[in-house]
Design a protein around this ligand. Structure first.
Ligand SMILES: NC(=O)c1ccc[n+]([C@@H]2O[C@H](COP(=O)([O-])OP(=O)(O)OC[C@H]3O[C@@H](n4cnc5c(N)ncnc54)[C@H](OP(=O)(O)O)[C@@H]3O)[C@@H](O)[C@H]2O)c1
Length: 173
């Protein structure tokens, strides 16, 4: 997830135009095309809610041919061969359909589906990139998960443009 420092992942109207940084932090590393390409190469499939999917279609599909699983209770259709729509028991689907076939499953968002994954204990890691901005209002990432989750800080990467990537492992009870 990409988040503002005050914990919002999109504005109330869903807009994400604030999701870049013009800041400068000399000690950070360069977010080069190569860095991004290597990072993306590690992802075996994407999972997302239908609103995030619809926004991706509107803004320009960034997932190439990598398999994308979209959760929806509507009868949606896609002309993309890499897209499949899913509904039903999330735990069953993740453990019996996705995990046996894909190693690195990347939950893209948005908040509704991500919070269900956290609540159900289906996420192993939280990877959050903080944009140096306070949005003041918007769609919050972590409100009302409804349970306490202990985390383990696995990695911190500051970038030259002032963004900071934090990777946390989620401790299982
Ligand atoms: N900052 C970031 O990194 C980031 C990343 C991703 C998205 N976003 C933002 O997040 C916003 C969208 O998030 P959102 O929370 O509004 O929506 P969302 O999580 O993308 O999608 C919600 C939809 O997913 C489906 N869904 C959720 N749980 C389900 C379940 N258990 N079974 C079947 N379907 C299920 C439902 O679809 P139906 O209504 O079709 O049944 C629900 O309406 C956008 O503004 C996007 O820009 C930000």
């Amino acid at each position: 997830m990409v988040s503002s420092l005050d914990g919002f992942i999109a504005k109330k109207d869903g807009s994400v135009s604030w999701m870049h940084s013009k800041d400068t932090y000399q000690k950070g590393i360069e977010l080069s095309d190569e860095y991004v390409a290597n990072f993306l190469k590690s992802i075996d499939c994407y999972v997302m809610g239908s609103r995030t999917y619809e926004q991706a279609i509107e803004l320009g599909w960034p997932y190439g041919e990598v398999p994308v699983f979209v959760f929806s209770n509507r009868a949606l259709k896609s002309d993309k061969k890499s897209v499949r729509f899913l509904s039903g028991d999330l735990t069953q689907i993740v453990n019996h359909q996705l995990k046996p076939s894909y190693r690195n499953i990347w939950m893209v968002g948005g908040t509704l589906l991500t919070k269900e994954f956290l609540r159900l204990g289906l996420a192993d890691e939280i990877n959050i990139t903080i944009i140096p901005t306070l949005l003041g209002d918007g769609k919050p990432f972590f409100d009302d998960i409804g349970k306490e989750l202990a985390l383990h800080l696995k990695d911190v990467t500051p970038f030259k443009d002032g963004m900071v990537e934090l990777v946390y492992g989620i401790k299982k009870d």
